[in-house]
Design a protein. Structure first.
Length: 79
């Protein structure tokens, strides 16, 4: 179930990131620049977004592992 959710979010995240990058390019080419702290915040946001994607994938992998090995583990715990 989470697989659809994680895979559905990825295009949205990629689209948002592409929009952000293109916006930054236009912003810089126009000669309009924000303060350095704005750029630092953008870098931090990008880092956190990537961490979010990575964690979602780890959760998805663990969910799949639990589905695969869950019945075996339940048998061991009951013994």
């Amino acid at each position: 179930m989470r697989q659809g959710s994680a895979n559905g979010r990825r295009p949205d995240l990629l689209e948002a990131r592409l929009s952000e990058v293109l916006g930054e390019q236009v912003w810089r080419e126009s000669g309009i620049r924000g303060p350095d702290d704005t750029e630092q915040l953008q870098v931090r946001i990008t880092t956190l977004e990537q961490q979010d994607v990575d964690l979602e994938l780890k959760i998805q992998e663990r969910d799949e592992d639990l589905q695969e090995f869950g019945p075996d583990l339940a048998g061991v715990l009951e013994a």
